[in-house]
Design a protein around this ligand. Structure first.
Ligand code: FMN
Length: 322
């Protein structure tokens, strides 16, 4: 399985491990890169010294290409970008806004820039800015989401831009990979499946909650404040939903109360394993994840299954003569 994304990034398989706050550390990112995909280190609100430490850790664990996710709302973003531009990084993915201001600096440093987008308009804007590819994320995904689904949004973005498009949201097995490629993607970005990898630092309780999840186990909170997040249902989401319901009827909803409930909640789930009061960000594909396995096995299985499903279905497109 080789696509334009493999050539663009110098990787064996068109599989990107999504940035995940508290989860996407050096160990996880390097394991994905060593297995032939590309790992992305999350940096969230990190100050530059923490970013530097993470980058040095990944470099010590792999000599394969890896990426760094820059969260554009990070208060330290200027220093982080300056550091990354001289750190010999090959790829930056960006979230929470437009990387326009930093594009020239990244390009002069030879860094490929791949923003995460959730609409056709934003994808077109990123192409005009000089992005090397875009990640299109559907609302099936775990974490912060937009409004479109991968199935409907992906082909519309593929039609609208000529740079490679990477599909994210709702992909956890080879069937999902094959489907994304059929819809025109040059690669896939996967989050939830990698939370349940052996190398993922996520607490065992969080991994087990994903393993136990079914098709309807996730819920979207934060819509009232305009920052929807997909997570596994638990005590926290019930409290949050009740608060959102109560605040909806008010002329000026008390967003501070909701912020208070969500503060530090992802860390509570990932680091402390608090499955009741933690925010267990997870995609709708949680119901498909049934094992915790090494990244190498996950990636090999994704590729093997995608090839198998492609051949198994080829006859449908060939009047039965495949
Ligand atoms: C636990 C978790 C944390 C996440 N945190 C981030 C983040 O900090 N930044 C980001 O751009 N995306 C984040 N995401 C989204 C992933 O990078 C990825 O795009 C998404 O998980 C893909 O959908 P899937 O979960 O269906 O595989 C997160 C996802 C999960 C599951």
């Amino acid at each position: 399985m080789r696509t334009k994304l493999c050539d663009l990034l110098g990787i064996d398989y068109p599989i990107v491990q999504g940035a995940m706050a508290w989860v996407a550390d050096a160990k996880l990112a390097s394991a994905v890169s060593n297995a032939g995909g590309i790992g992305i280190v999350g940096t969230g609100h990190d100050p530059v010294d923490v970013v530097q430490k993470k980058v040095e850790e990944v470099k010590a664990l792999t000599d394969k290409p890896f990426g760094v996710n820059v969260m554009l709302l990070n208060p330290h973003v200027e220093e982080v970008v300056s550091y990354l531009c001289q750190a010999g990084i090959r790829l930056v993915t960006t979230g929470a806004g437009s990387p326009g201001k930093y594009m020239t600096a990244f390009q002069e440093a030879g860094i490929r820039v791949i923003p995460v987008v959730a609409s056709v308009a934003l994808a077109k804007r990123m192409e005009r800015l000089g992005a090397d590819a875009v990640v299109v994320e559907g609302m099936e995904a775990g974490g912060h989401i937009g409004k479109g689904t991968t199935m409907s949004l992906l082909p519309q973005v593929v039609d609208a831009v000529s740079i490679p498009v990477i599909a994210a949201g709702g992909i956890a097995d080879g069937r999902g990979v094959a489907a994304a490629l059929m819809l025109g993607a040059e690669g896939v970005q996967i989050g939830t499946r990698f939370v349940c990898s052996t190398e993922s630092p996520a607490h065992e309780n969080f991994k087990n909650a994903i393993l136990k999840a079914s098709d309807l186990s996730t819920i979207v909170t934060g819509e009232l404040g305009g920052h929807p997040v997909r997570v596994l249902r638990n005590q926290l989401t019930r409290e949050y939903a009740a608060l959102e319901k109560a605040e909806t009827s008010k002329e000026t909803p008390d967003f501070a109360k909701m912020d208070e409930l969500g503060r530090g909640a992802l860390r509570r789930a990932v680091v402390l394993g608090d499955t009741q009061r933690g925010s267990m960000m997870s995609g709708q594909v949680a119901g498909l994840v049934k094992t915790v396995a090494p990244c190498k096995d996950i990636i090999e299985e994704l590729v093997r299954e995608a090839v198998e499903v492609y051949h198994a279905r080829a006859s449908y497109f060939n009047e039965g003569k495949s």
